[in-house]
Ligand binder design. Structure first.
Ligand SMILES: [Zn+2]
Length: 549
């Protein structure tokens, strides 16, 4: 052993290294920002010098810092800080109160952005026209409230005027402007592409607000034990804010940024030069924009926007045999992936339906042949519905399944999926099969889409129990696909780091790696798996520095 004394020695605990050869240790020694040694308390005592600071773990557990491999955290943080917030379960009265309070607190605001109303809100509450209801609550300012899926919005009359949406405005391709059957006037509900276009026309957040969102993201992530994440849709203002906060020393978090590309139908290749330019401008010490996001479909709920191999269940207003839409045509997708591989980018493809998964695997296979490289691990995000013949292709094509275990228990979203695709929903999220077939895996919260917090312990717990960590339901979902705590931790640490292309630096505790780790109040392996989600983080360390206590 190298006899140079350590700067810091954490000893007398149980250290889960996530290293295959030596999974368990008792002590961890740090020199500067890196791990000097991992091993038994007695062995590491040799690194105790006169200047060495010693922390007695007193039986507490240490694990590598957690990785959230798919989230939109700055959008969530900005919404928390600067928009009119109410919970998914809010009633019309709750929303009225939230809106009134927001307007009171921000008397100068001409435009109020807020959310998020739950799926089925307007069907559940007899409010008449959503627009007229919002007008009664607030008519002096434009109000635009989004839903829990992040795919739809609701506008008052002022907001519709600001957006230029009227009775004569045609539906955009892939979107719907809901209209009154008698008058043809918009009801205020803007779905899918209509919502995308509305958001593009509403005023953007300021540079200051983006920076505040990044700082809030860092604080939230570190408090949950997260030391690396992938921002799954990084637009230029976001990239700038990450880089600027990093330059000021405020980013105690590794950010793998998936550069945003246009949402919706597309038959023209991406602008690769522009994407390379963004990578060049915004790469910094802790910001790695060597990823690109491509949306290939929507969601397999009653919105029926995911691309499926077999038709959706019949429903009013849905054409017979409807299988959803693919966003990018197969030839364009293969070209994009091959060109991006040639430039060193890994691609994160949003593939919620099994047809989106299959066509994306096909495109990746063609791209590998064209670019001559299969070393870049692309991600298929939300890939929960996979045709049996496609399961082995994840390993064969070196593709990572980017999974969202934060919903892997009976939740209302699952009821909506059952209503749209029937019995096929029972095969949702086959993680155990993927793992047994050697697929690389990662897990992400997708916050703020579909869930109310980026708390990774909910996802970890649900992977192991497939039950609601808050105990709101007694049932399990897909219990045969539950994995061991060891596997779940691996997915949330070293596997996540590999997906984020930083596994040589972090993700496990080994000499030479960066000292990114979490001190837990309880030994995870000694408590009930259902109790994991209650919150066990005592300290989070990033590059040898305690960043949360
Ligand atoms: Zn996402």
């Amino acid at each position: 052993m190298n006899a140079t004394p350590a700067d810091l020695l954490l000893t007398g605990g149980v250290v889960y290294t996530m290293e295959p050869g030596a999974p368990r240790a008792e002590a961890l020694a740090l020199r500067g920002e890196r791990i000097a040694a991992v091993g038994s308390a007695r062995h590491l005592d040799a690194l105790r010098g006169p200047e060495t600071r010693v922390i007695d773990l007193a039986g507490r557990a240490v694990i590598p810092g957690l990785v959230d491999a798919h989230c939109h955290p700055v959008k969530g943080a900005i919404a928390d800080l600067f928009s009119c917030r109410f919970p998914f379960a809010a009633t019309p009265d709750d929303i009225a109160a939230a809106l009134a309070a927001f307007v009171d607190a921000h008397p100068g605001a001409d435009v109020v952005i807020g959310g998020r109303w739950g799926a089925g809100f307007f069907e559940r509450h007899d409010l008449g026209s959503p627009r007229a209801w919002l007008d009664r609550l607030e008519s002096d300012r434009a109000v635009y409230l989004r839903d829990d899926s992040g795919h739809n919005g609701c506008a008052n009359s002022r907001a519709l005027a600001l957006l230029g949406v009227g009775a004569d405005t045609p539906d955009p391709p892939g979107g719907t402007i809901r209209r009154d059957a008698a008058t043809g006037e918009p009801t205020g509900l803007l779905l899918e592409q209509a919502d995308v276009e509305a958001r593009a026309r509403l005023p953007d957040w300021s540079e200051e607000q983006y920076r505040a969102g990044v700082l809030e993201t860092v604080a939230t992530a570190n408090a949950f034990g997260i030391t690396a994440l992938q921002d799954a849709d990084a637009t230029e203002p976001l990239l700038r804010a990450y880089r600027d906060v990093d330059a000021e020393g405020g980013l105690s978090l590794r950010v793998a940024a998936a550069i945003s590309t246009p949402y919706g139908g597309r038959a023209t290749p991406l602008d690769y030069g522009e994407i390379e330019g963004l990578r060049e401008r915004y790469t910094s010490r802790h910001v790695d924009p060597r990823f690109v996001k491509i949306y290939q479909d929507g969601v397999p709920t009653t919105a029926r926007t995911a691309a499926m191999l077999e038709p959706y269940l019949a429903d009013d207003g849905v054409p017979d045999g409807f299988r959803g839409h693919l966003h990018v045509d197969p030839d364009t997708l293969a070209t994009d992936i091959a060109e991006l591989e040639g430039r060193g980018f890994a691609v994160k493809l949003h593939t919620a339906g099994d047809r989106a998964v299959q066509t994306s695997l096909d495109a990746i296979e063609r791209a590998h042949a064209r670019s001559g490289r299969a070393d870049l691990r692309h991600h298929l995000a939300h890939a929960g519905l996979i045709a049996p013949e496609d399961l082995p292709r994840f390993r064969e094509l070196n593709v990572t399944a980017d999974l969202s275990p934060y919903l892997w228990y009976p939740v209302s979203l699952l009821d909506s999926v059952r209503a749209a695709i029937g019995a096929r929903a029972e095969d949702y999220w086959p993680i155990r099969t993927l793992d047994e077939m050697g697929a690389s895996l990662c897990a992400g919260s997708d916050w703020p889409a579909a869930i109310e917090s980026m708390d990774p312990w909910v996802g970890l717990s649900a992977m192991v129990t497939r039950r609601d960590p808050r105990g709101q339901s007694d049932d399990a979902f897909g219990a045969d696909q539950a994995v061991s705590l060891e596997t779940a931790l691996r997915v949330f640490t070293i596997d996540g780091a590999r997906a984020l292309r930083c596994d040589t630096q972090t993700g496990s505790l080994a000499p030479g790696k960066l000292a990114d780790f979490v001190v837990l109040r309880d030994d995870l392996f000694a408590i009930d798996p259902g109790a994991i989600a209650a919150g066990v983080v005592e300290e989070t360390w990033f590059e040898g520095r305690c960043v949360y206590r």
